[in-house]
Design a protein around this ligand. Sequence first.
Ligand code: ACM
Length: 611
Amino acid sequence: MTMTFRARIDGHQIRCELGTDRPLTAPVLCFSLMAPWRVVSGGTMVRSVAGYGEIALPDLSAGAVHELVLVHVIERHKPRNRAWLPMGAYLRVGKDCLPLPPATDLGLRDGEGPARRPLEPGRLPLVPQPTGWAASAGTLDFAALAPTPGVESAAELAGRLGLAPFVAPGGTALTVTEDASLGPEAYRLTIAPGGLSVAVGGAAGLHYAAITLLTLRETCDGKLPCGVITDSPRFGWRGQHLDCARHFFGVDFILRLLDLMALVKLNRFHWHFADDEAFRLEVACQPLLWQRTAFRGEGELVPGVFGGGIRAGGSYSKADVAKVLARAAALQIEVLPEIEVPAHSHGMIKAIPGLRDPGDNGEEASVQGYIDNIVNPAMPATWEVLQPLTEEVAGLFPFGMLHLGADEAPHGAWDGSPAVAALKGREGLANSDDVQGWMLARLAAGLAAKGIRVAAWEEAAKGVQGGIGNGALLFSWTGQGPGVEAARRGHDVVMCPAQNAYFDLAHSDDPDDWGAAWAGFVPLAKTVDWDPVPKGAEDIEPRIAGVEACFWGEFTTEDSQAEGMIAPRILGIATKAWEPSGRTDGAAIVALAGCYAPLFDRIGWKRHRLA
Ligand code: ACM
C-alpha cells in the first residue's frame, strides 16, 4: 500500500494533500502542529489535545488525492516555516495505524558555512575570546602535549571528538605553576617559540587552558601564534539547556552536547526532562509517573503531540544519569535537573490521581493549548507527591540545586477550584500568581531546609508574598526585564532572553528555515547583540549569575535536528557568558564562526548555514 502526504504553507493556512492507492473506509488522520488549530475544510476534528488533532475524513477511493485545509486557532500563530507543518502524521483505519511519510522535509537543510575570512587584528581564532592577548613574534608548531597531569579530560575530549591525539609521548612540554592570585577558573598561558607554560588558579583553570590549546591547534592548523593569553570568565553560570521532554534525546546525544559545551567553556547543563508530555527520569518514589508518561502516541496517556506520531519517547535510568554525571564532572560541568510544576504538568496529572480539584470547573488553557496542565496546591496529594519527588530528584544530582519550573501558568489558573478559593481565604492570596508564589515558596522552604537550593523560571518571583523566595536562582526568559526586576528584589538571575538565547527560534524569516518565531528570529549575530547586564541596570551586576542558552524540543523528532539549531549559535552564547561586555560584536562572531566551521565538520556536528 502506498500513501502520500504533503503539506505547504498558504498564507495563514496550511494545505495538505493525502493520497492513497487503496480504498480506505472511515479513515482518521492524526498529526500535530506547533500550536492548536482547526479544520477549515476537508474533514471534521474529532479529538484535539494541545496541538495534536484527529480528523475524521470521508471514505477515500483508490487513486484519490484528498485536500485538507487547516488554520491555527490563534492568529499570531501564523505558520512561519516548514517546522509549522504537520508532524508525526498517521492514519487510523479501524484498529490499524498506518504511518504516513513526513509532510515536509524535516529539520534544517544542511548549510554551507561561510568562507573563512580574516579576523580583526588582535583576535585569536578562539571562542570565547580570552580576556587578554598580548601577541609576540613567531609561532609554535604544536601537534600534541607531552603527558601532563590535569589535562587528561581535554585529551579524552579530543579522542571522543575524533581529533588527533592531544597528549602523546614526545609532545610539547607544558610547564604548569600554581598562582594563588588567579581565580579557580583563570589561567595565564604563554606560547613561546621554545615551548608552553601556564599559571593556573586551580584544576578548572588548567582544564580551560588545555581546551584553549586544543582549540587553537585546530583553528590555527597546528601553528600557534606566540604570546600570552590571560583569561578568566565574566560569569560563573555558563549554561546550556536541553528539552528532553518534548523530544527524548538519547543519552549519547546528551554526552555529545556536553563535549560541545566543554569546547566553548560552558559549565552548566540544564536538564529539562519533565514537561506536559512526559516525566522522563526513573524515580523510585513515583514509578507510575515515568512508566506511564515515557511514551506518547496512539493508546498512550498523552497522544502524539509535537510530532510524537504513533509512538515516541523513552526515559532516563539511574545508569543513564550516572553516565551524564560522570561526563559532566570530567568536563567541569554541573548538571541542574528540572521538574516542571505547577504548570506544564499534563502528563503528571494524567499519570497520578488526585493532583486536580475534582470540583474545579475552570477551562483555562495553557499557551500550548492544554486545558489540564496545572497541579492543584490545595490538594493533599500534590504535596504527598511533590515533596518526596523533589527530594529524590535533587538527591540524584550532586550539584545541590533543583529547578522547579514555574513558567507559563495558564491565565486564570485554579479560578474554578473551590479548594483553591478556600486556600486563598486562609492564606491571604488574591489571584493565580499569589497562589503559585505561595506554593513555590512552601516547596522551596522544604528543600532549603534539606540544603537544596531551588531555581525557577522568572514567573516564580510573582505573588503578593514575594513569590518563591528562599534564595532561589531565577531564569529570565521572556526578555531581560523580568530578570532585572527580580535582581532588584534580591534574586540571583541567569539571563536567557529568548530574543537572543533561544536556539529553538528560527535563524531567519525564510519559510524554508526551521524553528519557532514567537520572540522573533535569532541569527548568529543576535546571540552576541545584547548585554547580560543591560544598560541602565548596572546596579544589579552582582546579582547576574550568568547566561544560558535554551533549546526547546517541540518540533524535534530526531536528535540530529538539534545540531544545526545549536551550532554555530552556541559560539555566541559562550561569548556572552565568558567575555567582558562589548568585546565581540555580530560581525566578529560571524567571522569566528567561519574559523570554527572546519572544526564543527571535523567533529561531525552539523551547523546552520548562518542565515
Ligand atoms: C519557557 O520558555 N517557557 C521557559
